[in-house]
Each structure stands twice: as C-alpha cells, then as structure tokens.
Design a protein around this ligand. Structure first.
Ligand SMILES: Nc1ncnc2c1ncn2[C@@H]1O[C@H](COP(=O)(O)OP(=O)(O)OP(=O)(O)O)[C@@H](O)[C@H]1O
Ligand code: SF4
Ligand SMILES: [Mg+2]
Length: 335
C-alpha cells in the first residue's frame, strides 16, 4: 500500500522489542515489547500530539521516526520514502528534513562548542552556506527567530538558563528548515512560564514556517493547546486517536477518559519489564468498564463515520458511532 499523498509522515505497524537481561545460554529470549503495532500519520503543517504515561513508548516511537532506532517490525514513510529502508547518502540527504528537539537541551549541546557553532554546524554539514560570514549571518537570524540575541553567538551552553538552552536546541533543529520536528518532552525540564514561551515558539514555527511537529508529552493540557490531532498510547499501543478537541472532550477509550478526568500530568505506572504482547486489551487490569469479552478476545480498531477517529476497545463496538476499521488505524483517519 502506498503512503497517503496528504501525509508527510506515516508510521505503519511499528513494533520495537528490547532484549531483557537474564537469558540463559539455551533459554528462551526475554524481551520487552516497548511499542506494539503502532500506526499513525502526520499531515503537512500539522501538529500531532503523542501522549501516554511514563514507559508507554513515546520516546521509542520518536526515535524510530527519527531513524535513531530501528523498528523490530513496521515501516516509517517520510514524504513517500520508506525511511526504514534508506541507508548511507540517501538517508543523510533526507535527514536534514526531519530534526529532533530533546527534553534536556544541555545533554544534547556540546559544552565545549560556542552556541553559534552549535547552531551553525548543520549548515556546515549540509553545505548550506557559501562562506563562514554567510553562515554566521544565518545563525544570527536563527537566534533572533527563536528569541535569542545575536550577541549571544560566542557564549557557551553553560552560560544560558534552561529556557535559553532549549532555544539554542530549537535553533539548531530548524537551521536547515526541516519539514518535520520531533519534540520529545521539550518543556518537561523548564518552569511553567518559560515552558509556555517555548510552546508558543513551537506554535509559531508551525504557523509561520508550516513545520509539521510530532509533539511528545505526558502533559495533556499542553497537547490540548498545541496539537491538531492526538494519539493516546497505553503500554506501547495506540488505544485512541483523532482530532484533539474531539478526543479530549469526548473520549471513547476508558483510558483516555481517565486521563481527561485528571487533565493533568499523566500518572506513572511502571512496566517492570512486563511484555505487552499477551494479546488482550493492555488496559484490562485497570479498566472500570471491562466486559466479559475483554477477558477472552483482543479488541480491534474501530473508526467513526467520518473515519477521523480511531479507538481500540470492545466497549466502542457497542456504540453506534463506531464501525470496525478495514485498514490501518489513523492512516485511514487522515484522508
Ligand atoms: N534501550 C532500551 N533497553 C531496554 N528497554 C528500554 C530501552 N529504551 C526504552 N526501554 C523500555 O521501553 C519502554 C518504553 O520506554 P520509553 O522511553 O519509550 O517510554 P516513554 O513513554 O518515553 O516514557 P517517559 O515518559 O518516562 O519518557 C519502557 O519500559 C523502557 O524501560
Ligand atoms: S477493551 Fe475492554 S478492558 Fe479494554 S478498555 Fe475497552 S472495555 Fe476496557
Ligand atoms: Mg520519553
């Protein structure tokens, strides 16, 4: 099946397993399924929120999208290219088109480089400036774009506050005018007012430069504010997805309802190395609405009439709104 023409990125059936220690010489392989059959699409110019509690697989998905981590199974299409199959020069050529913003900008900035060099490095690597003077000029403009002063170019990362460092990280990420930003908890280490400024910067990059953004967060209120559509993850599975206002005002999955009821940071439920591959609904043990069928059969994907929403739950099957999905979740939903 070819990727949808309107989507910039499509993740199809992503699975990522991590080996766990403790396998004997001839014993069975022990592994954790961190991400299990997750599919979604990001349209051009869209912000897609990815929410879920700690350990639900958000970062693992972000890293697979960025090709920093290979999926165990599944594919990632970027602008029609099968990223999972790209290697060497072809991958490097595409790489400047998708960039990542990390939670901890300090850890991702080389402390021995001046911030001007850090931000200018991608321009150098991809040969996007004709001379050092042009590069410096472009870096100065990037600094202004992210709300820093061009007088800061020769300072070191340690001389900036957390918010300033995150702005440097964003300036570096947008240096080559990428089509897609993957932002993994970019405000989690910042205080509230600084975090709000960074959120507004993402909103402005999306609106003015039409950058698509995969915005990963455990904070529902931020995702509610920023994202056009949302994917809710639970234990490595996408349990519900659709337009943000609809999913968050009228959630269909009991887990989303739980999140929305709290409407705050998503609670932490350690996975303790447990695999999610048992097959039944991953929310079964916590679900207040579980039906007898939930203990016997895995729920399938159901979509609403317009196809814009997707939910994986037996309860949804009992409601008129939903019908079984005939194709991949979320991908169908963006047509
Ligand atoms: N390299 C690895 N080796 C083994 N297990 C891993 C590895 N990376 C992630 N995991 C496990 O995979 C699961 C998903 O981790 P991931 O970091 O993607 O979750 P997350 O949703 O980003 O969590 P958080 O909100 O805490 O950042 C977790 O149980 C984690 O312990
Ligand atoms: S499938 Fe069953 S157990 Fe799972 S969320 Fe829906 S009702 Fe609850
Ligand atoms: Mg994470």
């Amino acid at each position: 099946m070819l990727p949808e023409p309107s989507s910039l990125l499509e993740a199809r059936g992503l699975v990522r397993e991590f080996d766990l220690p403790g396998r004997g010489l001839f014993g069975p392989r022990k592994f954790l399924t961190a991400v299990s059959d997750v599919s979604f699409a990001i349209r051009r110019g869209e912000i897609l929120g990815l929410v879920g509690e700690s350990g639900s697989g958000k970062t693992t998905i972000g890293r697979m999208v960025m090709r920093l981590l290979d999926p165990t199974r599944g594919q990632v299409f970027f602008d029609g290219f099968d990223l999972t199959a790209l290697k060497g020069r072809q991958l490097r050529q595409q790489r400047r088109r998708f960039q990542m913003v990390f939670q901890d900008p300090y850890a991702s900035l080389n402390p021995r480089m001046r911030v001007g060099e850090i931000v200018g490095e991608p321009l150098l690597i991809h040969d996007l400036a004709h001379s050092p003077a042009e590069r410096r000029e472009r870096v100065a403009r990037l600094f202004e774009r992210v709300g820093l002063s061009s007088h800061d170019l020769d300072r070191y990362p340690r001389e900036f506050s957390g918010g300033g460092r995150q702005r440097v990280g964003i300036a570096r990420a947008i240096a080559c005018s990428p089509d897609l930003l993957v932002a993994d908890e970019p405000i989690a280490s910042l205080d509230l007012s600084i975090g709000a400024q960074i959120i507004n910067l993402f909103a402005s990059l999306n609106e003015t430069e039409r950058m698509s953004i995969l915005f990963i967060s455990h904070d529902l209120s931020v995702v509610r504010y920023l994202s056009d559509r949302v994917v809710v993850l639970y234990r490595g599975r996408a349990v519900e997805s659709g337009p943000t206002p609809e999913v968050l005002t009228n959630p269909a999955h009991p887990y989303t309802r739980l999140l929305v009821g709290r409407d705050q940071a998503v609670p932490v439920e350690p996975r303790n190395g447990e695999s999610v591959s048992s097959g039944l609904c991953p929310f079964l043990s916590r679900c207040p609405d579980a039906l007898p069928v939930c203990r016997e059969v895995a729920p399938e994907h159901f979509v609403n009439d317009g196809g814009g929403r997707d939910v994986v739950c037996h309860l949804a099957a009992r409601q008129v709104l939903w019908t079984p999905s005939s194709s991949s979740p979320s991908i169908q939903g963006i047509v």
